[in-house]
Design a protein around this ligand. Structure first.
Ligand code: ADP
Ligand code: MG
Length: 239
């Protein structure tokens, strides 16, 4: 327990420092991006696209840090969207991995819409799938299931990877907790804070044989009170 608390304290301290740094470098980076667009116009060169994409990468990391530590600094208008549609979108980014990992889609009620910050939710689902692909070392399976109950939309993402040891489960979502050599440990923090903000519940099951993440998006009619739940609506699309 002491070791666990020490880990949590250490990670929290790192989190605070890096949130401050992220905040400081976000504005200059955004300014550079703007001037880059002007220079690209004035001085055409094939190298700009490399500079652009490297910069996007840096801005992305800063955003991830901020969305974890200072979510109110990352604003995005809310809208209605279909989870199935964004999953299709995300999967196209993993097309190379899909040669070795078989992805099974079990989509029911594909027209079910949710309400919230689409890009943020997209990033969260991307982060979950990225972990699933990374967990499967060679070949394996990922199952994505989308269904609805009377008062919610339920998304499950299962992978046939090695699973997560019981004593590590409580550290999931702590910023900077990672077991990977090149991991940042920010993915699940973004996932947890995003779903919390959207009033969605997330649970993880792992018993040494794969991992299952279940996300339950509540509906306004579900009777769950509070501003969190009220931000997410279930709307039946036209057939
Ligand atoms: P990162 O991927 O950078 O390590 P994350 O926050 O995404 O950071 O994940 C934190 C840790 O949780 C991972 O390093 C890994 O140990 C564990 N983990 C997350 N998802 C899975 C999964 N599907 N299977 C096995 N371990 C996982
Ligand atoms: Mg990750």
């Amino acid at each position: 327990v002491d070791e666990h608390n020490a880990t949590l304290n250490r990670l929290a301290a790192i989190g605070e420092v890096s949130a401050g740094i992220a905040h400081e470098i976000r504005n200059p980076l955004t300014a550079v991006k703007g001037f880059l667009q002007l220079m690209e116009r004035d001085y055409p060169s094939p190298h700009w696209s490399v500079v652009q994409s490297e910069l996007e990468q840096a801005i992305g990391t800063v955003h991830e840090l901020l969305s974890v530590s200072k979510p109110n600094l990352v604003t995005e208008p809310k809208r209605q969207f279909s989870l199935c549609a964004i999953i299709e979108n995300i999967l196209s980014l993993f097309h190379k991995e899909m040669y070795r990992v078989k992805v099974h889609k079990r989509f029911h009620h594909t027209k079910a819409m949710v309400y919230g910050k689409q890009n943020q939710v997209k990033r969260a689902i991307f982060n979950l799938l990225k972990n699933a692909f990374e967990a499967i070392e060679d070949e394996g399976n990922i199952v994505i299931e989308h269904r609805r109950s009377s008062d919610s939309v339920i998304l499950t993402i299962s992978d046939s990877g090695p699973g997560i040891p019981q004593d590590k489960l409580s550290l999931l979502g702590t910023p900077f907790f990672t077991t990977k050599d090149t991991g940042t440990g920010l993915g699940l923090s973004q996932v947890y804070s995003t779903f919390y903000e959207h009033g969605a519940d997330i649970t993880v099951k792992s018993n040494g044989e794969g991992t299952v993440f279940t996300i339950i998006f509540p509906t306004v009619s579900s009777g769950i009170d509070g501003s969190r739940a009220a931000e997410l609506t279930y709307v039946e699309g036209e057939a």
